[in-house]
Ligand binder design. Structure first.
Ligand code: SAH
Length: 455
Protein backbone atom coordinates (compact mmCIF):
# COMPACT_ATOMS: atom_id res chain seq x y z
CA UNK A 1 0.00 0.00 0.00
CA UNK A 2 1.26 3.43 -0.87
CA UNK A 3 2.16 5.59 2.11
CA UNK A 4 -0.12 8.59 2.45
CA UNK A 5 1.56 11.71 3.83
CA UNK A 6 -0.24 13.13 6.88
CA UNK A 7 -0.22 16.63 5.38
CA UNK A 8 -1.69 18.20 2.26
CA UNK A 9 -0.34 20.89 0.02
CA UNK A 10 -1.45 24.44 0.92
CA UNK A 11 -2.59 23.43 4.41
CA UNK A 12 -1.39 25.51 7.35
CA UNK A 13 0.09 24.10 10.55
CA UNK A 14 1.67 25.24 13.76
CA UNK A 15 4.90 23.35 14.26
CA UNK A 16 7.96 23.10 16.52
CA UNK A 17 11.32 23.28 14.79
CA UNK A 18 13.44 20.46 16.15
CA UNK A 19 16.55 20.39 13.97
CA UNK A 20 18.53 22.08 11.20
CA UNK A 21 19.51 20.17 8.04
CA UNK A 22 22.92 20.29 6.37
CA UNK A 23 21.36 22.70 3.91
CA UNK A 24 20.32 25.01 6.74
CA UNK A 25 16.58 24.24 6.60
CA UNK A 26 14.59 23.94 9.82
CA UNK A 27 12.98 20.54 10.44
CA UNK A 28 9.50 19.97 11.89
CA UNK A 29 7.64 16.68 12.20
CA UNK A 30 3.94 16.06 11.80
CA UNK A 31 3.09 12.48 12.82
CA UNK A 32 6.73 11.52 12.15
CA UNK A 33 6.58 13.01 8.66
CA UNK A 34 9.44 15.53 8.25
CA UNK A 35 8.86 18.96 6.80
CA UNK A 36 11.75 21.21 5.80
CA UNK A 37 11.22 24.94 6.25
CA UNK A 38 13.54 27.73 5.13
CA UNK A 39 14.40 30.52 7.59
CA UNK A 40 13.44 28.60 10.74
CA UNK A 41 15.68 27.50 13.60
CA UNK A 42 15.67 24.75 16.23
CA UNK A 43 13.64 25.77 19.30
CA UNK A 44 11.30 27.98 17.29
CA UNK A 45 7.55 27.66 16.92
CA UNK A 46 6.14 28.62 13.56
CA UNK A 47 3.00 28.88 11.52
CA UNK A 48 3.80 27.30 8.18
CA UNK A 49 2.11 26.42 4.92
CA UNK A 50 2.90 23.14 3.21
CA UNK A 51 4.24 23.86 -0.28
CA UNK A 52 5.41 20.45 -1.45
CA UNK A 53 4.52 16.91 -0.45
CA UNK A 54 6.86 14.06 -1.39
CA UNK A 55 6.66 10.39 -0.47
CA UNK A 56 8.91 10.58 2.62
CA UNK A 57 9.21 14.28 3.37
CA UNK A 58 7.77 17.64 2.41
CA UNK A 59 8.55 21.34 2.35
CA UNK A 60 6.87 24.17 4.18
CA UNK A 61 6.98 27.93 3.89
CA UNK A 62 7.26 30.11 6.97
CA UNK A 63 4.12 32.21 7.45
CA UNK A 64 4.67 33.54 10.94
CA UNK A 65 7.18 33.00 13.71
CA UNK A 66 5.33 32.29 16.94
CA UNK A 67 8.39 31.80 19.12
CA UNK A 68 11.91 32.97 18.21
CA UNK A 69 15.22 31.29 18.89
CA UNK A 70 17.75 33.28 20.94
CA UNK A 71 20.24 32.34 18.18
CA UNK A 72 18.23 34.25 15.58
CA UNK A 73 19.66 37.31 13.83
CA UNK A 74 16.85 39.78 13.14
CA UNK A 75 16.27 41.98 10.10
CA UNK A 76 18.30 40.05 7.58
CA UNK A 77 18.19 40.84 3.87
CA UNK A 78 15.86 38.21 2.40
CA UNK A 79 17.61 38.33 -0.98
CA UNK A 80 20.63 36.62 0.59
CA UNK A 81 18.47 33.73 1.77
CA UNK A 82 16.38 33.60 -1.39
CA UNK A 83 19.45 33.37 -3.59
CA UNK A 84 21.39 31.06 -1.31
CA UNK A 85 24.25 33.59 -1.02
CA UNK A 86 24.01 33.41 2.77
CA UNK A 87 21.66 30.59 3.81
CA UNK A 88 22.74 30.81 7.46
CA UNK A 89 22.66 34.58 7.86
CA UNK A 90 19.66 34.33 10.21
CA UNK A 91 21.73 32.22 12.64
CA UNK A 92 24.13 33.99 15.03
CA UNK A 93 27.74 33.38 14.10
CA UNK A 94 28.62 31.46 17.29
CA UNK A 95 25.72 29.14 16.60
CA UNK A 96 26.86 28.72 12.97
CA UNK A 97 30.24 27.52 14.23
CA UNK A 98 28.57 25.04 16.60
CA UNK A 99 26.26 23.88 13.81
CA UNK A 100 29.30 23.02 11.67
CA UNK A 101 31.12 21.21 14.47
CA UNK A 102 27.96 19.31 15.30
CA UNK A 103 27.44 18.26 11.69
CA UNK A 104 30.84 16.61 11.48
CA UNK A 105 30.46 15.04 14.91
CA UNK A 106 27.09 13.59 14.03
CA UNK A 107 28.38 12.01 10.81
CA UNK A 108 31.31 10.37 12.60
CA UNK A 109 28.97 9.17 15.37
CA UNK A 110 26.49 7.75 12.87
CA UNK A 111 29.21 5.79 11.15
CA UNK A 112 30.22 4.38 14.54
CA UNK A 113 33.65 5.99 14.49
CA UNK A 114 35.03 7.13 17.80
CA UNK A 115 36.24 10.56 16.70
CA UNK A 116 36.20 13.87 18.54
CA UNK A 117 35.45 17.06 16.60
CA UNK A 118 36.84 20.31 18.03
CA UNK A 119 35.02 23.66 18.05
CA UNK A 120 35.11 25.33 14.63
CA UNK A 121 37.78 28.00 14.12
CA UNK A 122 35.82 31.08 13.12
CA UNK A 123 36.44 34.60 11.82
CA UNK A 124 36.35 37.85 13.76
CA UNK A 125 34.38 39.59 11.00
CA UNK A 126 32.47 36.88 9.21
CA UNK A 127 31.27 38.92 6.21
CA UNK A 128 32.86 40.51 3.12
CA UNK A 129 35.50 37.81 2.95
CA UNK A 130 35.31 36.34 -0.56
CA UNK A 131 38.21 37.24 -2.85
CA UNK A 132 36.42 35.98 -5.96
CA UNK A 133 33.07 36.56 -7.61
CA UNK A 134 31.46 35.03 -10.65
CA UNK A 135 28.32 36.92 -11.35
CA UNK A 136 25.72 36.10 -14.00
CA UNK A 137 24.64 38.89 -16.38
CA UNK A 138 21.07 38.81 -17.67
CA UNK A 139 18.47 41.07 -19.28
CA UNK A 140 15.63 42.00 -16.93
CA UNK A 141 12.86 44.30 -18.16
CA UNK A 142 15.07 45.48 -20.98
CA UNK A 143 18.03 46.28 -18.73
CA UNK A 144 21.38 44.52 -18.29
CA UNK A 145 21.55 43.32 -14.67
CA UNK A 146 24.06 41.58 -12.43
CA UNK A 147 23.06 39.60 -9.37
CA UNK A 148 22.46 36.07 -8.25
CA UNK A 149 19.97 33.36 -9.14
CA UNK A 150 17.00 32.64 -6.92
CA UNK A 151 17.63 29.19 -5.39
CA UNK A 152 16.79 26.19 -7.59
CA UNK A 153 16.13 28.49 -10.54
CA UNK A 154 17.76 30.65 -13.13
CA UNK A 155 15.80 33.80 -12.30
CA UNK A 156 18.27 36.55 -11.63
CA UNK A 157 17.77 38.71 -8.55
CA UNK A 158 19.65 42.00 -9.15
CA UNK A 159 22.15 42.55 -6.32
CA UNK A 160 24.86 45.18 -5.81
CA UNK A 161 26.02 44.38 -2.29
CA UNK A 162 26.83 40.68 -2.10
CA UNK A 163 27.40 40.75 1.67
CA UNK A 164 30.05 38.01 1.81
CA UNK A 165 32.29 39.40 -0.95
CA UNK A 166 35.18 41.84 -0.66
CA UNK A 167 33.33 45.18 -1.07
CA UNK A 168 35.92 46.30 -3.64
CA UNK A 169 34.78 43.37 -5.77
CA UNK A 170 31.14 44.42 -5.37
CA UNK A 171 32.06 47.92 -6.53
CA UNK A 172 33.98 46.57 -9.53
CA UNK A 173 31.00 44.50 -10.66
CA UNK A 174 28.77 47.59 -10.66
CA UNK A 175 31.41 49.54 -12.61
CA UNK A 176 31.75 46.80 -15.23
CA UNK A 177 27.97 46.41 -15.39
CA UNK A 178 27.57 50.11 -16.15
CA UNK A 179 30.26 50.01 -18.84
CA UNK A 180 28.57 47.02 -20.50
CA UNK A 181 25.27 48.91 -20.35
CA UNK A 182 26.84 51.99 -21.89
CA UNK A 183 28.10 50.01 -24.90
CA UNK A 184 24.82 48.09 -25.26
CA UNK A 185 26.44 44.68 -24.84
CA UNK A 186 23.74 42.09 -25.10
CA UNK A 187 23.37 39.84 -22.03
CA UNK A 188 23.27 36.09 -22.50
CA UNK A 189 19.84 34.50 -22.85
CA UNK A 190 19.91 30.88 -21.69
CA UNK A 191 16.64 29.84 -23.28
CA UNK A 192 17.48 31.16 -26.71
CA UNK A 193 21.24 30.61 -26.25
CA UNK A 194 21.96 34.01 -27.74
CA UNK A 195 23.43 37.26 -26.51
CA UNK A 196 27.07 38.02 -25.68
CA UNK A 197 28.04 38.49 -22.05
CA UNK A 198 27.36 35.52 -19.76
CA UNK A 199 29.24 36.29 -16.54
CA UNK A 200 31.59 38.75 -14.93
CA UNK A 201 34.34 37.24 -12.86
CA UNK A 202 36.43 39.27 -10.44
CA UNK A 203 39.39 38.19 -8.35
CA UNK A 204 41.12 40.51 -5.91
CA UNK A 205 44.33 39.86 -4.00
CA UNK A 206 43.69 40.22 -0.28
CA UNK A 207 47.17 41.59 0.40
CA UNK A 208 48.27 42.72 -3.08
CA UNK A 209 44.99 44.44 -4.03
CA UNK A 210 45.65 43.38 -7.61
CA UNK A 211 42.41 42.84 -9.45
CA UNK A 212 41.47 40.61 -12.37
CA UNK A 213 38.33 41.16 -14.40
CA UNK A 214 37.12 38.18 -16.41
CA UNK A 215 34.47 38.69 -19.07
CA UNK A 216 32.86 35.39 -19.94
CA UNK A 217 31.20 35.55 -23.34
CA UNK A 218 29.13 33.26 -25.53
CA UNK A 219 30.75 34.73 -28.63
CA UNK A 220 34.36 34.97 -29.71
CA UNK A 221 33.84 38.60 -30.53
CA UNK A 222 33.11 41.06 -27.77
CA UNK A 223 31.81 44.21 -29.54
CA UNK A 224 33.55 47.48 -28.60
CA UNK A 225 36.19 45.48 -26.76
CA UNK A 226 38.88 48.19 -26.94
CA UNK A 227 36.59 50.84 -25.48
CA UNK A 228 35.36 48.49 -22.78
CA UNK A 229 38.90 47.54 -21.73
CA UNK A 230 39.97 51.18 -21.64
CA UNK A 231 37.00 52.22 -19.55
CA UNK A 232 37.50 49.37 -17.07
CA UNK A 233 41.19 50.31 -16.68
CA UNK A 234 40.37 53.98 -16.21
CA UNK A 235 37.58 53.36 -13.71
CA UNK A 236 39.33 50.66 -11.66
CA UNK A 237 42.99 51.50 -10.97
CA UNK A 238 43.54 48.21 -9.11
CA UNK A 239 42.93 46.21 -12.28
CA UNK A 240 46.15 44.52 -13.48
CA UNK A 241 44.54 41.88 -15.66
CA UNK A 242 41.51 41.75 -17.95
CA UNK A 243 40.72 38.38 -19.48
CA UNK A 244 38.02 37.13 -21.81
CA UNK A 245 36.87 33.55 -21.56
CA UNK A 246 34.78 32.19 -24.39
CA UNK A 247 32.11 29.71 -23.39
CA UNK A 248 30.29 28.55 -26.51
CA UNK A 249 28.26 25.84 -24.77
CA UNK A 250 24.58 26.00 -23.93
CA UNK A 251 25.20 24.25 -20.61
CA UNK A 252 25.57 25.54 -17.05
CA UNK A 253 29.37 25.31 -16.84
CA UNK A 254 30.89 28.69 -16.05
CA UNK A 255 34.05 28.68 -18.15
CA UNK A 256 34.70 27.64 -21.74
CA UNK A 257 37.88 26.20 -23.18
CA UNK A 258 39.58 29.30 -24.52
CA UNK A 259 40.79 32.29 -22.57
CA UNK A 260 42.17 35.43 -24.21
CA UNK A 261 44.19 38.16 -22.55
CA UNK A 262 42.66 41.60 -23.15
CA UNK A 263 44.93 43.64 -20.90
CA UNK A 264 47.82 43.25 -18.45
CA UNK A 265 49.03 39.96 -17.05
CA UNK A 266 47.22 36.62 -17.40
CA UNK A 267 47.20 36.27 -13.64
CA UNK A 268 47.05 38.31 -10.47
CA UNK A 269 49.39 37.85 -7.54
CA UNK A 270 48.57 37.47 -3.90
CA UNK A 271 50.16 36.22 -0.72
CA UNK A 272 49.39 33.45 1.74
CA UNK A 273 51.51 32.70 4.81
CA UNK A 274 54.14 35.09 3.47
CA UNK A 275 54.46 33.29 0.13
CA UNK A 276 53.62 34.86 -3.23
CA UNK A 277 51.16 33.23 -5.56
CA UNK A 278 50.17 33.80 -9.17
CA UNK A 279 46.51 33.00 -9.79
CA UNK A 280 45.05 32.56 -13.28
CA UNK A 281 41.44 32.98 -14.29
CA UNK A 282 40.59 29.29 -14.16
CA UNK A 283 42.86 28.14 -11.34
CA UNK A 284 41.32 27.11 -8.07
CA UNK A 285 42.28 29.41 -5.22
CA UNK A 286 40.76 29.37 -1.74
CA UNK A 287 38.16 32.15 -1.52
CA UNK A 288 38.65 33.16 2.11
CA UNK A 289 42.28 34.26 2.53
CA UNK A 290 42.17 34.95 6.28
CA UNK A 291 40.73 31.53 7.09
CA UNK A 292 42.89 29.76 4.50
CA UNK A 293 45.96 30.77 6.45
CA UNK A 294 44.44 29.15 9.55
CA UNK A 295 43.43 26.08 7.56
CA UNK A 296 46.87 25.56 6.01
CA UNK A 297 48.71 26.30 9.27
CA UNK A 298 46.56 23.69 10.99
CA UNK A 299 47.21 21.13 8.26
CA UNK A 300 50.96 21.81 8.23
CA UNK A 301 51.21 21.68 12.05
CA UNK A 302 49.44 18.36 12.03
CA UNK A 303 51.85 16.97 9.44
CA UNK A 304 54.63 17.44 12.06
CA UNK A 305 57.45 17.98 9.60
CA UNK A 306 61.08 18.54 10.60
CA UNK A 307 62.70 19.13 7.23
CA UNK A 308 63.63 15.52 6.54
CA UNK A 309 60.36 14.26 5.08
CA UNK A 310 59.06 13.62 1.59
CA UNK A 311 55.54 14.97 1.16
CA UNK A 312 52.93 14.48 -1.56
CA UNK A 313 50.32 17.21 -2.01
CA UNK A 314 47.51 15.67 -4.03
CA UNK A 315 44.87 17.99 -5.54
CA UNK A 316 47.44 20.75 -5.16
CA UNK A 317 45.82 23.52 -7.25
CA UNK A 318 48.36 26.30 -7.77
CA UNK A 319 50.65 24.70 -5.19
CA UNK A 320 49.60 26.69 -2.14
CA UNK A 321 49.87 23.84 0.37
CA UNK A 322 52.91 22.34 -1.41
CA UNK A 323 54.89 25.55 -1.22
CA UNK A 324 53.85 26.30 2.35
CA UNK A 325 55.02 22.79 3.26
CA UNK A 326 58.26 22.97 1.26
CA UNK A 327 60.25 24.89 3.87
CA UNK A 328 59.43 22.19 6.43
CA UNK A 329 60.14 19.23 4.14
CA UNK A 330 62.99 17.67 2.19
CA UNK A 331 61.00 17.22 -1.01
CA UNK A 332 57.42 17.94 -2.05
CA UNK A 333 55.49 16.48 -4.99
CA UNK A 334 52.25 18.13 -6.13
CA UNK A 335 49.64 16.76 -8.53
CA UNK A 336 46.64 18.56 -9.95
CA UNK A 337 44.29 17.96 -12.88
CA UNK A 338 44.05 21.53 -14.25
CA UNK A 339 47.01 22.27 -16.51
CA UNK A 340 46.92 26.05 -15.96
CA UNK A 341 46.99 25.55 -12.20
CA UNK A 342 50.17 23.47 -12.51
CA UNK A 343 51.71 26.16 -14.72
CA UNK A 344 50.87 28.64 -11.93
CA UNK A 345 52.33 26.25 -9.35
CA UNK A 346 55.65 26.14 -11.23
CA UNK A 347 55.75 29.93 -11.52
CA UNK A 348 54.91 30.13 -7.83
CA UNK A 349 57.79 27.85 -6.85
CA UNK A 350 60.18 30.12 -8.77
CA UNK A 351 58.70 33.32 -7.38
CA UNK A 352 59.36 32.05 -3.88
CA UNK A 353 62.79 30.56 -4.69
CA UNK A 354 61.62 27.11 -3.72
CA UNK A 355 63.60 24.33 -5.36
CA UNK A 356 62.32 21.26 -3.53
CA UNK A 357 58.81 21.14 -5.01
CA UNK A 358 57.94 19.24 -8.20
CA UNK A 359 54.58 19.58 -9.91
CA UNK A 360 52.79 17.33 -12.39
CA UNK A 361 49.53 17.69 -14.27
CA UNK A 362 47.29 14.66 -13.96
CA UNK A 363 44.57 13.02 -11.98
CA UNK A 364 45.59 12.31 -8.41
CA UNK A 365 44.44 8.69 -8.69
CA UNK A 366 46.51 7.93 -11.80
CA UNK A 367 49.57 9.86 -10.64
CA UNK A 368 49.48 8.18 -7.23
CA UNK A 369 49.58 4.82 -8.97
CA UNK A 370 52.56 5.96 -11.05
CA UNK A 371 54.41 7.19 -7.99
CA UNK A 372 53.69 3.91 -6.28
CA UNK A 373 55.02 1.99 -9.29
CA UNK A 374 58.14 4.18 -9.33
CA UNK A 375 58.77 3.32 -5.71
CA UNK A 376 58.27 6.82 -4.29
CA UNK A 377 58.09 6.60 -0.50
CA UNK A 378 56.38 9.67 0.94
CA UNK A 379 56.36 10.16 4.70
CA UNK A 380 53.24 12.29 4.56
CA UNK A 381 50.45 12.62 1.97
CA UNK A 382 48.35 15.78 2.13
CA UNK A 383 45.04 15.69 0.27
CA UNK A 384 42.60 18.51 -0.43
CA UNK A 385 40.08 16.99 -2.84
CA UNK A 386 36.95 18.58 -4.31
CA UNK A 387 33.53 17.82 -2.81
CA UNK A 388 33.35 14.30 -4.18
CA UNK A 389 36.29 13.31 -1.98
CA UNK A 390 39.00 10.76 -2.74
CA UNK A 391 38.72 8.19 -5.51
CA UNK A 392 38.74 4.63 -4.13
CA UNK A 393 41.72 3.90 -6.40
CA UNK A 394 43.59 6.84 -4.88
CA UNK A 395 43.10 5.41 -1.39
CA UNK A 396 44.27 2.05 -2.72
CA UNK A 397 47.60 3.33 -4.06
CA UNK A 398 48.12 6.02 -1.39
CA UNK A 399 47.94 3.46 1.40
CA UNK A 400 50.16 1.02 -0.53
CA UNK A 401 53.05 3.51 -0.42
CA UNK A 402 52.53 3.43 3.37
CA UNK A 403 53.03 7.04 4.51
CA UNK A 404 53.09 7.55 8.27
CA UNK A 405 50.36 10.14 7.94
CA UNK A 406 47.66 11.26 5.59
CA UNK A 407 46.51 14.81 6.34
CA UNK A 408 43.06 15.27 4.85
CA UNK A 409 41.71 18.78 4.19
CA UNK A 410 38.03 18.28 3.43
CA UNK A 411 35.31 20.59 2.14
CA UNK A 412 32.58 17.96 2.46
CA UNK A 413 31.89 16.13 5.73
CA UNK A 414 29.98 13.25 4.14
CA UNK A 415 32.74 12.25 1.71
CA UNK A 416 35.32 12.77 4.48
CA UNK A 417 33.53 10.25 6.69
CA UNK A 418 33.08 7.83 3.79
CA UNK A 419 36.81 8.07 3.03
CA UNK A 420 37.66 7.73 6.72
CA UNK A 421 35.91 4.37 6.72
CA UNK A 422 37.80 3.29 3.60
CA UNK A 423 41.09 4.44 5.08
CA UNK A 424 40.35 2.56 8.30
CA UNK A 425 39.98 -0.64 6.26
CA UNK A 426 43.50 0.00 4.98
CA UNK A 427 44.85 0.48 8.49
CA UNK A 428 44.77 4.30 8.72
CA UNK A 429 43.08 5.58 11.86
CA UNK A 430 42.15 8.92 13.41
CA UNK A 431 43.94 9.41 16.74
CA UNK A 432 43.57 13.15 17.19
CA UNK A 433 40.48 15.34 17.13
CA UNK A 434 39.21 16.71 13.82
CA UNK A 435 39.57 20.49 13.42
CA UNK A 436 36.84 22.33 11.50
CA UNK A 437 37.83 25.73 10.08
CA UNK A 438 35.12 28.06 8.87
CA UNK A 439 36.05 28.98 5.31
CA UNK A 440 32.53 30.02 4.34
CA UNK A 441 30.75 32.00 7.07
CA UNK A 442 26.99 32.55 6.53
CA UNK A 443 26.86 29.46 4.32
CA UNK A 444 26.40 25.78 5.11
CA UNK A 445 29.83 24.67 3.87
CA UNK A 446 32.07 22.89 6.36
CA UNK A 447 35.85 22.65 5.93
CA UNK A 448 38.04 20.57 8.21
CA UNK A 449 41.46 19.00 8.79
CA UNK A 450 41.78 15.34 9.81
CA UNK A 451 44.95 13.34 10.39
CA UNK A 452 45.08 9.64 9.58
CA UNK A 453 47.92 7.63 11.03
CA UNK A 454 49.25 4.22 10.12
CA UNK A 455 48.26 1.72 12.79
N1 SAH B 1 45.03 22.57 -2.33
C1 SAH B 1 44.61 23.58 -3.26
C2 SAH B 1 43.44 23.15 -4.16
C3 SAH B 1 42.28 22.49 -3.49
S1 SAH B 1 40.80 22.42 -4.44
C4 SAH B 1 44.27 24.85 -2.53
O1 SAH B 1 44.00 24.83 -1.34
O2 SAH B 1 44.29 25.91 -3.16
C5 SAH B 1 40.84 20.90 -5.21
C6 SAH B 1 41.72 20.86 -6.45
O3 SAH B 1 41.66 19.53 -6.96
C7 SAH B 1 41.29 21.77 -7.58
O4 SAH B 1 42.39 22.54 -7.97
C8 SAH B 1 40.86 20.82 -8.70
O5 SAH B 1 41.18 21.30 -9.98
C9 SAH B 1 41.67 19.59 -8.37
N2 SAH B 1 41.16 18.30 -8.83
C10 SAH B 1 39.89 17.91 -9.00
N3 SAH B 1 39.83 16.61 -9.33
C11 SAH B 1 41.11 16.15 -9.35
C12 SAH B 1 41.69 14.88 -9.62
N4 SAH B 1 40.96 13.83 -9.91
N5 SAH B 1 43.03 14.79 -9.54
C13 SAH B 1 43.80 15.87 -9.22
N6 SAH B 1 43.29 17.08 -8.97
C14 SAH B 1 41.97 17.22 -9.04
Amino acid sequence: MKFKAPVNKNEEYEVDIIDLTYQGLGVAKIKDYPLFIEDTLPGEKAKIKVIKVNQNFGFGKLEELLKKSSDRVEDVNRDYTRTGIAPLQHLKYDAQLKFKQHQLQELFDKSKMDVEVLPTMGMDNPTQYRNKAQIPVRLINGKLQTGFYRKHSHDLVPIEDFYIQDPEIDKAIVVVRDILRKYHIEPYNENKHNGVIRNIMVRRGHYSHQMMIGLITRTKKLPMVDMIVKEIKDALPEVTSIMQNINLSDGNGLLGKSTVRLYGKTYIEDELLGLKFAISLNSFYQVNPEQTEKLYSTAIDKAELDGTQTVIDAYCGIGTISLAVAEHAKQVYGVEIVKEAIEDAKINAQKNHINNAKFVTGSAEEQMEKWQAQGLKPDVIMVDPPRKGLAASFIESATKVAPNKIVYVSCNPSTLVRDARRLAEKGYVINQPVQPVDQFPQTVHVESVTVFEKK
